[in-house]
Design a protein around this ligand. Structure first.
Ligand code: VGL
Length: 195
């Protein structure tokens, strides 16, 4: 059981139309998890935890990234918008993937409207614990969780296993990603364990 408070940041990763069913890179459970994501964030608001949402925010031309993925989340297009069912009021938005030469997977590469990087924003708010949820488990969510536990960052890092969705390009990708994260020190929990 974990109890949310002001030392927690909830980081909701890339719940955008293009990653939900019907989108350019729609993942199977992309929409299904939104109810749980909203529940966790509503609780977070009540407890005074910080709420962050990241978005993939690509220019039209991405040198490598659009060779290995269908074109998705292009700035200003409907596909790049947050899913309409996601409650985003009061969220601090961090955009990532703006450099055409990079992939921009990690939420830690994201910048807010003031061009501040995520880590700086979390530090400024005295955050010690980060809870990740969103899309896609084995890409952007994993990149964020791994960066959060990486040396020098020292965040206690949680992943909500019933509020994430994977691409699963190869069978077992999600399972392997969860194991990698757990091995690196990420704590796997379910939403019902959050108070
Ligand atoms: C993502 C694949 C390609 C993600 C982004 O948000 O996890 N996945 N680009």
């Amino acid at each position: 059981m974990i109890e949310l408070d002001r030392s927690f940041a909830i980081v909701t990763v890339d719940v955008q139309n293009d990653f939900c069913p019907g989108g350019a890179l729609g993942v199977a459970n992309g929409r299904k998890i939104i109810t749980k994501i909203n529940e966790v964030n509503a609780l977070a608001e009540e407890k005074g935890a910080l709420r962050v949402a990241t978005r993939d925010w690509h220019p039209q031309i991405m040198e490598e990234h659009f060779k290995i993925w269908p074109v998705h989340c292009v700035q200003g297009t409907p596909g790049a918008e947050f899913h309409p069912e996601l409650m985003t009021e009061g969220f601090e938005i961090f955009s990532k993937g703006m450099d055409p030469k990079e992939h921009g997977y990690s939420p830690f590469e994201g910048r807010n409207e003031q061009r501040q990087i995520l880590n700086e924003y979390l530090q400024q708010h005295g955050i010690e614990n980060i809870l990740f949820l969103g899309i896609a488990t084995e890409h952007c969510v994993k990149a964020g969780a791994m960066d959060a536990v990486a040396e020098g960052r020292r965040y206690q890092t949680f992943l909500t296993t019933d509020a994430i969705a994977a691409v699963n390009a190869t069978a077992g990708d999600e399972k392997r990603a969860l194991k990698d994260m757990q091995d690196a020190g990420v704590i796997l929990i379910e939403t019902r364990e959050i108070r």
